[in-house]
Design a protein. Structure first.
Length: 317
């Protein structure tokens, strides 16, 4: 009876409506979700979780089994070497550091990882059947599936076999003795069909709302990009009188945010202090990072004797 009631409730919730707030982000979010990516870091992380050669820790070391696992550990070691070699060849071939590079044709590098990933997947599938614990079986089965996913994604990115995708390469800055992060990515150019079929057509009531959805007082662009076909559209003007109650101020004498001497933080804090005093303390300051917020907050702490100073996640007077 309880299960029947629960199933009924779920059906009711599904049928009511889907509301997308901040819907200007739906295309970017869907593109990222439907996209493909793989990196040397993600592969190393996956292999380390299975078996770490230095610490001898990982999923395999926690399993209770009498079956030998040395052949799996060796295959993981082969894969680790192959990952280093393949991505070193990518770095050498494209010679880009700290930036992105558009890939307009299939990569002219031999994909030496796919068959090793397939072999590891087969080893794990066979190994799973020898485990007694359901939890252990689930963990190894999940790792085997992940091997297959890595293999499929790698082949698509190397061969550029997915139609309607754009492909690129991202190479991070050097980081000491560790290999640079090298990432291959591909995303669909047009996600309107997928959104229409997989999201909007699944329910009769879809609401998209945001302060920045319209372009030139029209929803034509966002509807075209997302495949959304609304029955009703409504644009509401803001009650705020921007023309008479807004002042745009752009400082032209500030140092670069990347200033290594820390001058930017100091001068930014001083300028914020000036603006706070001009506005009588009625100031709301937005930052691009918690690190910047905290540094400016500590420099402005003496101001708390003049005005209540509030920081996100903390209260101070």
């Amino acid at each position: 009876m309880m299960m029947m009631m629960l199933a009924s409730m779920v059906r009711m919730v599904v049928m009511i409506a889907v509301i997308f707030d901040e819907a200007q982000n739906i295309e970017e979010t869907a593109t990222r979700f439907l996209g493909l990516e793989i990196s040397n870091d993600s592969l190393f992380y996956f292999l380390d979780r299975l078996h770490h050669p230095r610490t001898q820790r990982g999923v395999l070391s926690r399993l209770t089994t009498e079956r030998p696992i040395l052949h799996i550990e060796r295959k993981i070691g082969q894969l680790r070497d192959a990952v280093s070699l393949l991505f070193s060849k990518v770095l050498e071939h494209y010679s880009v550091v700290g930036r992105s590079l558009r890939l307009c044709k299939p990569m002219d590098i031999n994909n030496t990882l796919s068959h090793l990933l397939e072999e590891l997947q087969e080893f794990l599938v066979l190994f799973e059947s020898s485990l007694e614990s359901d939890e252990d079986q689930l963990e190894i089965a999940s790792a085997a599936v992940r091997c297959g996913e890595f293999k499929d994604v790698l082949e698509v990115l190397f061969d550029q076999s997915a139609d309607g995708f754009v492909y690129w390469l991202e190479i991070g800055d050097k980081r000491g003795k560790y290999q640079q992060r090298i990432q291959l990515r591909g995303v669909p150019i047009d996600i309107s069909k997928q959104l229409s079929e997989q999201v909007f057509s699944k329910t009769d009531r879809v609401i998209m709302t945001s302060a920045t959805l319209s372009t030139n007082k029209s929803f034509e662009f966002v509807n075209y990009r997302t495949g959304f076909k609304p029955v009703n559209e409504l644009i509401l003007d803001s009650p705020f009188n921007y023309a008479e109650q807004t002042l745009v101020y752009i400082a032209s004498d500030m140092p670069e945010p990347t200033d290594e001497a820390g001058n930017y933080i100091i001068k930014l804090s001083r300028r914020i202090l000036e603006l706070i005093r001009i506005s009588g303390g009625r100031t709301f300051v937005l930052f691009t990072s918690y690190d910047l917020l905290n540094k400016v907050y500590h420099l402005l702490e003496p101001l708390s004797f003049e005005f209540p100073l509030l920081r996100q996640g903390e209260h101070s007077t």
